[in-house]
Design a binder for this molecule. Structure first.
Ligand code: 5GP
Length: 125
């Protein structure tokens, strides 16, 4: 069910629970700014989610409220995970869904990394 990204952060969302270790996840990478783990319902041979450690609903919220250090750390973590997973060649796709029209389901900012096969058109036709 898509969410309203203008709502306040919900500490009971599933990714907040993953960050607190209350529900399990398959960890790919972690540093001071970011946590990366495998999507539970992969849409490509590689489907990794990367989330900031801070309490941000969406890219909109993050880019408006996060510190330069949080933004820098998170963006570098996304690149690091993609490089370490070996996807720079032959390529990969990043995706951040925001709000209702974006189809965002979990109200904690997450970047999807899709890789491992040709990913087709950017949007469903
Ligand atoms: P969104 O549609 O919000 O951009 O994507 C949410 C993603 O989170 C989906 O791809 C979904 O499969 C994934 N997801 C939802 N719940 C869980 C969970 O409990 N664990 C993991 N690893 N992924 C989840």
């Amino acid at each position: 069910m898509p969410i309203d990204p203008t709502l306040p952060y919900d500490d009971d969302n599933v990714f907040a629970k993953i960050l607190r270790g209350e529900i399990p996840s398959k960890k790919v990478y972690e540093d001071d700014w970011a946590y990366a783990f495998h999507d539970i319902n992969p849409q490509a041979p590689t489907h990794i989610l990367i989330i900031p450690k801070g309490r941000y609903v969406s890219w909109d919220d993050f880019s408006a409220r996060a510190s330069d250090a949080e933004i820098g750390g998170f963006v570098r973590a996304v690149g690091h995970v993609a490089r370490e997973a070996g996807h720079v060649e032959p390529g990969y796709r990043l995706l951040a869904n925001v709000g209702n029209h974006g189809g965002q389901e979990v109200p904690h900012l997450h970047i999807h990394i899709f890789a491992g096969r040709p990913l087709g058109p950017m949007l469903a036709r």
